[in-house]
Design a protein around this ligand. Structure first.
Ligand SMILES: Cc1cc2nc3c(=O)[nH]c(=O)nc-3n(C[C@H](O)[C@H](O)[C@H](O)COP(=O)(O)OP(=O)(O)OC[C@H]3O[C@@H](n4cnc5c(N)ncnc54)[C@H](O)[C@@H]3O)c2cc1C
Length: 510
């Protein structure tokens, strides 16, 4: 019997699933998800990612069941699984979405392509984001993005024609995280996987919370409800980017007058959905930015100065700057932080602590439930100043706390020892005299950490090192080519809004 294989990756839904839609039209099919040990062995993989995927796979299987189908989840490397399946029951076509993943999934896709060509199996790949494979010029990118998101969503197939109820080899249970070599740790308060969970977050944002977006996304206090909180559902494809853009635009068009907060919120939100693809496009066009400086003139800037004590203190939430440490604790417990606090964490790591972005980025990739390689590595390099094309954005963690957590509600929530520190010493508790520390029952250096370095001095030194390198003629000259290949173009939604109207506009230069 001739049939096709639909290979699910980070696209765990049935609605607006181009690969499933086309395979279902072609005839009988087999829905496959492969748990790949080589992918889970990477330093960017974490148990929370795996658990979110498992939850989404269960939901997907239930949905497939309702259509007369089922999901086959198997453990192994993709080419080996395809070869085994093909050997036992030859199939004629493979359907999947394109993926812009890490170096391992990139190599795996190449191996799958080779295997398909050798076996004369047609591999039909479809774009799932507004990311363009083999993009020739950034000048046409915005048009391509618009065309992608404006195309009608692919409907969920009404019914599926199955090949087999079970695979032609014995079924095995889903591997445990331990079997994949993942540490059991995961945030106790993270979001849960599955399309229904994603849809309910989308609905609550569009119909209820979007008026908080403008003005609410910068502070770590308001951000958890003001932000859409859709990132993990987009990363694992429980929702399609296109359906989210279309739903937001529809809602915007249907809002009555007198709802300008909602409209402004939705406009700012949709521009982030554009950035989503804009940043992933960088990794698609330059896969090496996951492991080497985008601007090679910055090679050697920090790599040889690795300070394990600084890194360990950061990971433990013991830098001594309360807002930074509170963010690390929140991240550990929830798997999420808002943009500004992510940018601040990376800026603190890159400048006063002078840590190379690669190990910091691997640690953060494991901490972020929504880890999306294209956004993550582009942002890591941008916030660390190694793209060579954007102004250095250096966040002062004391000023950030004064601006975004002026009453200390956030730091006191996540750092219980700060509850004993009176308001006057909230931002720089290490300056509290010993007698006051004794009176309030808090010992700085024990209950809360002492700053690792003098913020002002360390930041000044870091800037001097960065600017000295930047001023070198060779480094300056290489900039234009990077802007041409990766820079945003003036006409896009990234340039439309004026600076100042959006507090997080500062990311837009890269
Ligand atoms: C160092 C660093 C690493 C990051 N790593 C990731 C990551 O691995 N995965 C990820 O999804 N986002 C990442 N971001 C971007 C951003 O912080 C998150 O997308 C956002 O906090 C997720 O919350 P939300 O869905 O409520 O966002 P919202 O503000 O509601 O935005 C809606 C969607 O737009 C996209 N988006 C928002 N901000 C950005 C941005 N600055 N760049 C690109 N896309 C954006 C996301 O898909 C997000 O879900 C990173 C930012 C920094 C500074």
């Amino acid at each position: 019997m001739s049939y096709s294989v639909v290979w699910f990756k980070r696209d765990l839904r049935l609605y607006d699933h181009a690969a499933l839609h086309h395979a279902a039209k072609a005839g009988p099919l087999l829905c496959l998800y492969v748990v790949e040990p080589s992918v889970w062995a990477q330093p960017d993989a974490a148990n929370q990612h795996y658990q979110f995927i498992v939850e989404s796979l269960r939901a997907l299987h239930t949905e497939l069941r309702q259509l007369g189908g089922r999901l086959h989840v198997v453990l192994g490397e993709v080419t080996e699984i395809l070869a085994r399946l093909h050997g036992l029951a030859p199939f004629s076509a493979l359907y999947s979405h394109e993926e812009t993943g890490n170096a391992v999934t990139f190599q795996r896709d190449r191996a799958v392509g080779l295997w398909c060509r050798q076996q004369s199996v047609g591999w039909h790949e479809f774009a799932q984001f507004g990311v363009v494979r083999r993009l020739k010029s950034r000048d046409v990118w915005q048009k391509r993005w618009e065309a992608h998101v404006a195309t009608p969503c692919w409907p969920t197939p009404a019914a599926l024609s199955l090949t087999f109820e079970s695979l032609p080899w014995p079924a095995a249970p889903l591997p445990s995280s331990a079997a994949l070599g993942l540490s059991a740790d995961e945030p106790t308060r993270r979001q849960h996987g599955g399309r229904q969970a994603g849809l309910s977050v989308l609905h609550s944002f569009l119909y209820d919370r979007c008026d908080q977006y403008r003005g609410g996304i910068s502070s770590p206090l308001s951000a958890p409800t003001a932000c859409s909180r859709l990132s993990a559902y987009l990363t694992y494809g429980c929702l399609s980017l296109r359906e989210v853009v279309q739903a937001a635009r529809l809602q915007m068009a249907s809002l009555p007058t007198g709802t300008s907060f909602h409209k402004k919120g939705l406009t700012a939100f949709t521009s982030r959905l554009y950035w989503h693809c804009h940043f992933i496009q960088k990794l698609e066009s330059e896969p090496s930015l996951e492991y080497q400086n985008l601007h090679r003139g910055y090679d050697g800037l920090r790599e040889l100065d690795w300070n394990p004590l600084h890194f360990e203190a950061l990971v433990q939430g013991r830098t001594g700057w309360p807002l930074v440490d509170a963010c690390v604790v929140m991240l550990r417990k929830t798997g999420w932080l808002n943009f500004r606090m992510r940018a601040m964490l990376v800026s603190v790591a890159a400048y006063p602590l002078w840590l190379h972005w690669l190990p910091v980025g691997q640690w953060l990739a494991r901490q972020f439930l929504d880890y999306e390689p294209g956004i993550h590595w582009s942002q890591m390099q941008m916030q660390s100043g190694t793209t060579g094309i954007n102004t250095a954005r250096i966040y002062n963690p004391i000023k950030q706390a004064q601006d975004h957590d002026p009453h200390g509600h956030f730091v006191r929530r996540w750092l219980p020892a700060m509850r004993r520190v009176p308001n006057a010493w909230l931002f720089e508790p290490w300056r509290m005299p010993p007698d006051l520390q004794a009176r309030y029952g808090v010992v700085v250096g024990q209950d809360i950490a002492l700053p690792l370095v003098d913020l002002e001095v360390a930041t000044r030194e870091a800037k001097a090192r960065l600017y000295a390198l930047r001023a070198q003629p060779g480094v300056k000259d290489a900039k234009a080519a990077i802007v041409r290949k990766h820079g945003s173009r003036k006409a896009g939604p990234m340039a439309r809004r004026s600076k100042g109207s959006d507090p997080d506009q500062m990311v837009l230069e890269f």
